[in-house]
Design a protein around this ligand. Sequence first.
Ligand code: AMP
Length: 335
Amino acid sequence: MEKYEKLEKVGEGTYGKVYKAKDKATGQLVALKKTRLEMDEEGVPPTALREVSLLQLLSQSLYVVRLLSVEHVDSPSKRKAAAPAEAGGAGAGGGGDQGQGGPAAAAGGKPMLYLVFEYLDTDLKKFIDSHRKGPSPRPVPPALVQNFLYQLLKGVAHCHSHGVLHRDLKPQNLLVDKEKGILKIADLGLGRAFTVPLKSYTHEVVTLWYRAPEVLLGSSHYSIGVDMWSVGCIFAEMVRRQALFPGDSEFQQLLHIFRLLGTPTEKQWPGVTALRDWHVFPQWEPQNLARAVPSLGPDGVDLLSKMLIYDPAERISAKAALDHPFFDSLDKSQF
Ligand code: AMP
């Protein structure tokens, strides 16, 4: 880690803090991210290796944040010996830097893996916020919504074609290069490949706003539809500059969805009433989706409605969405 000059904290990841840093040799800005992948006495466990390889493969897409390298961090005792200046200051006590999430905080003294990503200057949440509030509130230009959505779908299609679900797509983990107008998927959680049990992720603390109804209803067999639902919510949010379904509990999240799209029926979504967390819900009729996204034209509303289809098997795929007429006016040669 001595290769990098740590600059500032830029965000909270799922497994720890994310730091902006500079590669001392090249001057390149990078994002350093601690992983939960611990090393044991025998080195990097095979599961970790597999996950990192997958991440490397996925990050070959222009629309997925690039993984530049993977660094081992020695145990804190070794680090302190190497960098005594860092050991001073508050919180003396042996190993007392544990839990602070910085590179010196290798949990339990075990060597940890850090992922080094290319650095992008903002994320889609901050980007949308800057259009909603601040000195110059203004809509996100429709051509940019179209362009960002296309890039997002490219990235999602790439992940899905390699059998990987993201499962936590949200504006916070879509990174944006404002100058170049590029959007890239980040936070492809390690261990989220199809082959990994789904259970360990269900209790993860995450925003619920982008969560698909089948996940909220306790389905254990979800697939690419979960990401497409999130893409739909993100699409609507770029247009509205406000979340489409801002629920603050799983139950409220479902009610937000049902109030707009109508309470789902067996006819629309075969098997829905047999899902683990299905109850008798208030009965709502579907509202006109176009009214939730007033500035979006008919092609956009049609595409959005296909991303927000209740039956996950009927929901549009990323690959099919890329061919939707909403993108007819987009110059695709740039991708
Ligand atoms: P994540 O867990 O990947 O969603 O990271 C949490 C936050 O850290 C994001 O919302 C970003 O603001 C920031 N972040 C993550 N990765 C990067 C990166 N490669 N470049 C710049 N900021 C990042």
